[in-house]
Design a protein around this ligand. Structure first.
Ligand code: DCP
Ligand code: MG
Length: 454
């Protein structure tokens, strides 16, 4: 139907209705057919093809879908072991509830909220359904987490008989109808701005950032909008008097690199809206890892080794849950001056045992304990496979099987009594300094994709 209509290219006078998808012929405020005010209109509307889609209040939306009585109520998903908010619906957010907030604080802000324990299995299932629908639009889908992905729709116009903008709007309606949750979409010419756009007007958002306006738009935004600039790095920039992206736009590349190393290079390009990262459609897990940022910089084995141990256990638990194993152990360190060191070692066969991950990581770590003060430590495995061939019975090390059984038993206890119920010799009583600075930081992405690894 749309293919047969002449779609005006790059004409800001034209747009379409996000509810009935009818093309609009002039600068109207409401749809000429259905009266909806949700119109998409932009000078580059039909020229952009890179999208980022993120489900709105994902866990909460799934719970509301499954229990309509919750629809108009403030809902918080969370509790459980860590006692923090996983997510909150937008009604609860109006009262100030946020992800990663301690539950008691969330309930102070919104005492009437209904708290629901997460049902991960269900969310993974729904996340997969949404992803399958994305993959019907283009093979170039790069999942970022359970509820979000990048899509490159370049060259799909013939297939769909529609330009990417309309395909995306139709997709959002389809998810609402078929899955019963809502999504927000960002459309741009690069990953960075597509992601920024999808976050811009949630929920049920549809935001567009074109090439012409990118620099001007970015100039007014805080540096924290740039991927990789978290609270800690923002504080470093603030100390240097830099708060807005516009200030970065006026700085020389060399100067930024001299000050901030490779991060300076990233700041230079992203501040200008330059991002040539492609979509990696490879859906396989690349690595499984865990990392933590310290309250204070640490240099000694006494401080670092227990953290390595507890992170190794976390990685092993994640591998076991996912039925995966990894053959290369990767150690990541970030020094006090924000330089990243990664070291890796390949094992003879894939592992999913905390012991093997830890001992290999420890070997790698020993070489890096040269007095350097570190602000971040991470450990993980790559070369992922399913765990069928992991940790074969070891004739030399007759303890290996016992250890595997013990780790399985520890998992079961932790699931039952919480993460701190079982502590090994290395981690016991050592949590005080290696504790993460923020409660949401010690989790790290369970499944890492290239976007998160750069
Ligand atoms: N999540 C979590 N803990 C966090 C952040 C998120 O458990 N600190 C979980 C719950 C979310 C899901 O991951 O529903 C997706 O994360 P998002 O950051 O996309 O958050 P939401 O989808 O909940 O909300 P938004 O509408 O802001 O995307
Ligand atoms: Mg989301």
């Amino acid at each position: 139907m749309f293919a047969s209509m002449a779609i005006p290219v790059n004409d800001p006078e034209h747009g379409f209705c996000r509810d009935c998808l009818r093309l609009q012929s002039g600068p109207v405020r409401r749809c000429e057919r259905c009266g909806s005010p949700r119109l998409a209109r932009h000078a580059e509307l039909y020229g952009l093809h890179l999208a980022h889609i993120d489900c709105d209040a994902f866990y909460a939306a799934v719970e509301k879908r499954d229990n309509p009585a919750l629809r108009d109520k403030p809902v918080i998903i969370g509790g459980g072991k860590r006692g923090v908010v996983s997510t909150a619906c937008y009604i609860a957010r109006i009262q100030g509830v946020r992800s990663a907030m301690p539950m008691f604080k969330a309930l102070e802000a919104c005492p009437e909220a209904i708290v629901i324990k997460p049902d991960m299995e269900k969310y993974v299932r729904v996340g997969r359904e949404v992803r399958a629908m994305m993959q019907a639009l283009t093979p170039l889908v790069e999942p970022i987490s359970i509820d979000e992905a990048f899509l490159d729709l370049a060259g799909t116009e013939r297939l769909h008989g529609l330009p990417p903008a309309l395909v995306l709007a139709r997709f959002a309606l389809q998810v609402e109808k078929e899955i019963g949750i809502t999504v927000s979409t960002g459309l741009s010419y690069c990953k960075f701005l597509a992601k920024v756009a999808s976050d811009f007007r949630k929920p049920r958002g549809f935001s567009i950032i074109g090439e012409v306006e990118a620099q001007e738009f970015l100039a007014e935004q805080p540096v924290t909008l740039i991927w990789g600039v978290g609270k800690a790095f923002a504080a470093v920039l603030e100390r240097d008097g830099i708060r807005l992206i516009g200030q970065l736009q006026r700085m020389e590349r060399n100067e930024l690199m001299r000050r901030y190393g490779t991060m300076g290079d990233r700041l230079y390009h992203l501040a200008r809206g330059e991002d040539d990262r492609r979509i990696h459609a490879d859906r396989d897990t690349k690595s499984v890892s865990a990392e933590t940022t310290f309250d204070m910089d640490l240099a000694s084995a006494d401080d670092l080794v227990p953290v390595l141990r507890s992170l190794s256990e976390k990685v092993a638990a994640r591998l076991r849950k996912a039925g995966l194993a990894g053959r290369t152990v990767v150690l990541k360190l970030k020094s006090a001056d924000f330089k990243i060191r990664t070291r890796n070692r390949q094992l003879g066969d894939p592992t999913r045992l905390a012991d093997r991950i830890f001992s290999t990581g420890l070997d790698l770590l020993r070489r890096e304990m040269d007095g350097t003060r570190y602000r971040l430590l991470g450990i993980g495995v790559s070369d992922i496979s399913d765990d069928g061939k992991a940790d074969p019975p070891d004739l030399v090390d007759v303890q290996a099987r016992k250890r595997a059984l013990a780790e399985g038993a520890i998992d079961a206890l932790r699931d039952k009594f919480g993460g701190k119920a079982v502590e090994t010799g290395y981690t016991f009583g050592k949590g005080h300094r290696g504790r993460p600075a923020r409660p949401d930081e010690d989790e790290g992405p369970e499944v890492q994709h290239p976007w998160e690894r750069i």
